[in-house]
Design a protein around this ligand. Structure first.
Ligand code: ATP
Ligand code: MG
Length: 419
């Protein structure tokens, strides 16, 4: 019988690389935790309706990429393809928007599922850390999120990423632009799919990656020229605040999120070392979403950063994160010393020292190999003779130097040396 393989488009996180994933999640969430964002966790699946309304029927996510299922009880569910709709649903259900001041600021971290054409950087199961600021219209909030994402990437040591920024207008000015764009698109020679998209979601056509389409788009009306005064002023303030923070961005008037309830600020983080899967994160304002899923008007802004692609970006830049060795002290028991050393390891662990011990009744050579492999800074070695003298040997794994330490002093001595 052949062994099982992980399903297509998925992969396992295994040590030691898995430590990098944890560190990336931690680095992305740290600036959020430090800026008033509270942790939210929602189910891995939701009623399919939440996404068809909250992400939009016309999007690839809903029309092509969603994993849907009917339960034995007849419920129509979908594995979550993204975080925003679920987080807003949870905030509304928990009445967070009624409890205190707005905005409600939330962050999340989890797995997402999309039935995609699997390739490097594009998986069917992937991981995001995200942030949502719900219920306030304030350019400082849009700026805050862009600045925090920049801080997160920089704290990881990433340098070759770019921030693309645009405004999509609002319900006053966007419909006028939409009409003008549609009129322009109707005059082009486009394939059937694109013609359909031009009717449902014309802004998405601007995003088409094909050169043949891009060539025809030269001279298309640009949203920038249609923004109303309020949207222009709002966008200028976002730009000014981000600039004042020393965060560099590029104006990209072709950057779109073609849904009716995405409004104003939209941005994407791209990394130049990732080939065609270059987006490491994206986000923007979604002032209409709450109403789309049955809530009150709650203008909001958020982003989601892809953990998998961030790890690939680190690898592309050759950045090795400074991940401390998992084990600081490794115990090697000889003769009948195992119970005593096992007790010391337990004590060390309770004192907060990362400690491990050799298992499986190995001899000195095998156990020292385990100690080496663990990356531990110190080994605790003891045989019956040491214990009779009331000591263990504390070996510095870097210098090779070895000193006897009284059993009662092991924890304090080790802690002092590690400090
Ligand atoms: P793309 O244009 O690459 O399909 P997207 O616009 O669908 O990206 P978002 O929905 O904005 O992506 O998700 C935010 C981030 O999540 C992306 O920038 C990316 O880093 C990550 N992401 C999205 N889909 C995948 C996937 N299938 N595999 C790995 N990471 C993904
Ligand atoms: Mg996608």
């Amino acid at each position: 019988m052949s062994t099982f393989q992980a399903p297509k488009g998925t992969y396992d996180l295994l040590p030691p690389r898995s430590a990098t994933f944890l560190a990336v999640r931690e680095a992305i969430s740290a600036p959020l935790k430090n800026s008033g964002y509270g942790y939210v966790e929602t189910p891995g699946f939701e009623n399919v309706e939440l996404f068809s309304r909250g992400v939009g029927e016309s999007t690839d996510i809903v029309s092509k990429e969603m994993y849907t299922l009917t339960t034995k009880g007849g419920d129509q569910l979908a594995l979550r393809p993204e975080g925003t709709a679920s987080v807003l649903r949870a905030a509304l259900q928990g009445n967070l928007h009624k409890l205190g001041g707005l905005p409600v600021k939330l962050w999340y971290s989890g797995s997402y599922y999309r039935y995609e054409r699997a390739q490097a950087g594009r998986y069917r199961h992937f991981s995001q850390v995200g942030a949502e600021a719900i219920g306030a219209e304030d350019p400082a909030l849009d700026a805050e999120l862009i600045i925090l994402a920049d801080q997160a990437y920089r704290s990881l040591g990433l340098r070759n990423f770019r921030i693309l920024l645009n405004s999509l207008g609002d319900k006053e000015c966007r419909p006028v632009y939409r009409e003008a764009l549609q009129a322009f698109l109707r005059g082009l020679d486009l394939d059937e799919d694109t013609v359909r998209r031009a009717e449902i979601n014309p802004l998405r056509v601007l995003d088409d990656k094909r050169e043949s389409v891009q060539k025809q788009l030269v001279g298309a009306p640009m949203l920038r020229d249609y923004l109303c005064d309020a949207c222009k002023a709002y966008h200028e303030e976002v730009r000014a605040l981000v600039t004042a923070a020393g965060v560099v961005f590029e104006d990209d008037e072709k950057l779109v999120r073609g849904l009716d309830y995405y409004t104003r600020t939209t941005f994407e983080f791209v990394h130049d070392g990732l080939g065609s899967q270059s987006a490491v994160g994206g986000g923007g304002r979604y002032d209409g979403l709450s109403e789309m899923i049955g809530g009150p008007a709650l203008p909001s802004v958020g982003w989601a950063l892809g953990v998998d692609r961030t790890v690939l970006a680190l690898e592309a830049e050759g950045v090795a994160l400074d991940i401390p060795a998992a084990t600081s002290v490794f115990a090697v028991a000889l003769g009948g010393a195992k119970p005593v050393l096992f007790g010391l390891v337990t004590e060390l662990r309770r004192a907060g020292v990362a400690a491990d011990i050799s298992y499986g009744g190995k001899g000195l050579k095998g156990a020292m190999k385990d100690a080496n492999r663990s990356g531990a800074r110190f080994a605790l070695v003891a045989g019956d003779r040491d214990l009779e003298e009331g000591v263990v040997q504390l070996k510095d794994m870097e210098s090779g130097e070895q000193v006897p330490v009284a059993l009662a002093d092991v924890v304090d001595t080790v802690r002092a040396k590690l400090a």
